[in-house]
Structure formats: structure tokens, C-alpha cells
Design a protein around this ligand. Sequence first.
Ligand code: ASP
Length: 602
Amino acid sequence: MKRTHHCNELRSEHIGQTVTLTGWVHSKRDLGGVNFIDIRDREGRTQTVFDPQDVPQAICDVAAGLHSESVIEVTGKVRQRPAGTNNDKIPTGQVEVLATELTVLNQAAVLPFVIDDPEVAAKVNEEMRLKYRYLDLRRPEMLRNMRLRSKVAIATRSYMDEQGFLEIETPTLFKSTPEGAREFLVPNRREPGTFYALPQSPQQFKQILMVAGVEKYFQLARCYRDEDLRADRQPEFTQVDIEMSFIEREDIYALIEGLLKRVWKAALDMDIPTPFKRLTFEEALNRFGIDKPDTRFGFELVDMTEDFKGSSFKVFSGAVASGGVVKAMNAKGLACVTQGQMETMTDYAKSFGAKGLAYIKVESGEWKSPIVKFFSDAEKEALKTKLQIEEGDLILFAADQWLTACEILGKIRLYIAEVLQKTGKLTIDPKRFDFLWVVDFPLLSFDKEQNRWYSSHHPFTSPVAEDIPKLVSEPKAVRGQHYDIVVNGVELGGGSIRIHQPDVQKTVFEQVLQIPPEETQSRFGYMLEAFKYGAPPHGGIALGFDRMIATLCGTPSIRDVIAFPKTAKGTDLMTDAPSVATARQLKDLRLEVKAAPPKDQS
Ligand code: ASP
């Protein structure tokens, strides 16, 4: 190495030593002809001094002419900083290097944005940061994210190895899979008109690896989904993908709890308590209105169906009469809700098909609400006790089919927490991690528009054994052996015990999901065939690696933990991918492009 020390290494005990540092010009100050240059590498920074009394003027002139982010090598003697000039903000702040030699390894051009001031840098717009990602990654916060990601990857690998898992890579060029999302297609030049698909996950391969007798598999797998991107989605992302044979659900819970314990320790030096809480899908919806509940705050949903089934307020009694429910929630202390906030919540309710949002504001000892006049004393009393209503509260209602009513209030509950956090009425400890398992999902969900059942997880998920006979006759009642792991309202991952009997798998494909037999054969024939030759019972899980790292770093955006992420439109702003293919490439693939590419691809 050219250097003798890195830039976060020198302390008082190095005083008097001659050292060489290499790195970037982080900042530069000229104090009456003496130049102070902070040199930075990925470990930290050190102050160097170019004083014309100690080094030839020519070297001082070169130092004075350096641009920010130029790459330099400095040799000099470590000395105590003069009294009163220590910098307590950095670990090397007691000392400085009195330069005797300077080599400019590369002079940097003027930067498109400032990176030495964290406050200014934090305000740079994300498009700039992505276009000049290599500069953005030099910022200590981004380097910290990359370092943490690397640590977690290594901790994951060593834990899985200790547990007897084999790390096996599976192909990226694959065929269409059935997991719901749209796939990226890759044209095959050798046989024009045929395409590979990039895998949404290695699901089928990991199951086949179980048939192959691997017993315990894992991989940090790259997955691809051509979806419209939301804040926490990327077209390509990484999963910790896991599969095991001869197990039950409990084995996966124990394995993952151990893994997360190891990861949280490695990344944050935190001991997280295990085992994690478990909530059934039904309880999660009933209490929190969502299947990935954030349990760090209250505002739980309360069921008022029984109390309002005979109400003279027809919106409530009518919902019950048509098989629905009445749910309510106490947004404690939010009677002061603004008109705008009320409108946002009403819009959420409407987006689920509700006509409006019923509410009560408790102010000056009064229940202010257009609907209270319809309530009987018994109904009011029930509300008071069940919701523990007090002065300053805001009560919100949803009367609808069970799932819809839960989901409306679930969405509003999250919004309320956001509002209260912003106004300082709710504080959530950033070091708090509420882990929980959501279990007992229904195997199937019904798609009203298409009038058919689809898999709640994916079609390889096994029904609970005693529900197998109901698969065709009573699909709604079939419970799936699927589980999700959730932390602070974020779904970290999910998986299931799989179907390993070819006849049950065929029934699910053809009779439950109604995939025509020819299609079953062309898409999954190889799997059904493999299962004929001795498939062990097996199950697995996949954890969203990017999301896990974002949670550990405390950032809401997974883009901050991916070295080269894409924009919401799927573009890489640094390389300008995707881009048009040349006529030659298209000719080789025998493809013809009919539409002109849109001008603005950012
Ligand atoms: N393949 C599933 C997914 O990507 C995870 C699993 O079932 O193991 O969500």
C-alpha cells in the first residue's frame, strides 16, 4: 500500500512518527498562507498542514491549487494540534500531519454538487445524486450504509453456514414464473421468437434443489419484477432466499429468529429478544387493519358490530344486515384534526369504496358529530367503554364488509400515527424494533373482477393438511401454511411450507387456480415431473435484503442502501439504461421496434 495509515487512525500516540496518507481532498482552508487540508478516505479524515516555514513554497503552492475531491498522497510528521484547535467531532481531532511531501494522484474537476457538508449534501436532489452516484457514495452516510450491508451479508452467510446450509446459485436466465408480477423478458438470439424471463425469485429452483437432496439451501439472490415502482420497490432487488427439507413451520420461525438476532447484533450491536410474537392474519386485520402491523403505537381497531346491529343509524345497521361489520378507532388526542387532514382520511376511506368517513370529535365535553343524534344511549355507552373515550379524542368508523372495514381503518391508523409524530404528540424510539410473525393466512383470495381464486402467497404453498379435502369444494375455508415476518410495520419477508405431493399440486393448478392443463404442463411440467421421483416435504422463506438493510440504517428508502439503484421510472441515471438497441442487435434478434422510445426516460 502507498499509505502507512488510513485517515481515521492517527491518535496522540502517533505523535512524532512520519506517516503517509492517501485519499481525497475533503476540505481546504488557507489561513494566512498556511494551507490546512483535510484528507479523507473511507475510514475517516485527518488534518494535514502545509506551512511554507516547513516545506518548500512550491509544495505549498500545489496544495493551495488543489480542488475539492482531488486524490492526493501526503507524507509528513504527526504532531499535537496547537492548544485550542482540537476538533472533538472527529476521532483524529487531537493531531495533525505537518506535510513534507505531496503527490497529486489526480486533480478533480469542479464538482457538480458539494459533498463535504452533510447538511448541504442532504439537500441535493436525488436525480443529481443518482447521476453522480460515485460522488454520492463517497459521503460518509452512504459509505456507512454500504458497510452495514456488507457486514449483514457476511453475518448472514456465516450464520447459515453454521446451521448447515449450502449456498447455491440459481440461473438468472429462466422461464416465466407464476408469482404474480410482470416479468422482464430477454430475447433469445439462437431461436428468434423465444424468450427467457428474469426470475421473480428462485422459487422453483430452490424447491427442485430439495428434490435433489440438498436439504438446506440459501442464497443472496437477485430477483427481478417489472412492476410500477413504489418508494420501497426496485425492478431488481436482493433476497435472502432459503429452503429446507423435512421441517415444519416452527423450524423456519426458529431459524429466522436466530438469523435476525445475529444480524441485529452484527449491524447495531443490539440483542433482540426472541421468540417473536405471533399474530394470526385475522387478528392482525381485526386489531390493526393490516397484515403487516406496526405495533409500536396503539389506536387499535375495536369491533362494534354487535352494539350497532340494531341501530337506527342505518349506515351501520345496514352494513351489518348485509354481512358486514362496524369497526371503530380512537385517535387519542386528535379532536384538533384539521379540515385538510379530515379530507385526506375521508379520501382513504373512499379509495376503498366507502361513501364517506363517520367520526366523532370530543371537544368541550361534547361529542361533535353529524351522526351522534342517531345513536341510542346504550350505543353511546358501548362506544365510551370499549373505546375509552375522553376529552380531546377523535373517533373514526368504518362500516363495510370485514376486510374492507379493517383495511380502511388500518390505513387511517398509519396516517394518524404519521400526523401525531409530526406534531410531536407521538414519539417512537428509533431503536425500537417490534418483530412479529403473521400466520394462518387463508390459502386463497378471491378476485371479484376475474371471478376466480388466486393464491394468497404463491401456488406452491401447502394447505394445512386437514384442509386439503376442501380445496375444490370450499376453497374459502382452506388455511395456508404461509407466514410473514414483520418489523415495525414493514414486511421483511415471507414464505411457506410447500406442496410436495404432485397430485395436490396438480389439483391446485388446474382445479383451484383453473390453469388449463396444457398451460400447467408447459409452465410447470418439469416441476410436477420432478415431484414424481421422491420430493421430500419442504418449506422456506425469503427475506427482502434491501428492506432489511434500510430498516437497520433507519432510512425509509431502499435506494439509499443499494449502490446503483434505479429511479421510480426504472432508469439508471448514471449509465442512462435502459437505452435503444442498435439496428444490428435488433436484426440478430429478428425483432422490430414499432413505437419510438419516449424522449424523457428519467
Ligand atoms: N419466493 C417467495 C417470494 O419471493 C418466498 C418464498 O415463498 O420462499 O416471495
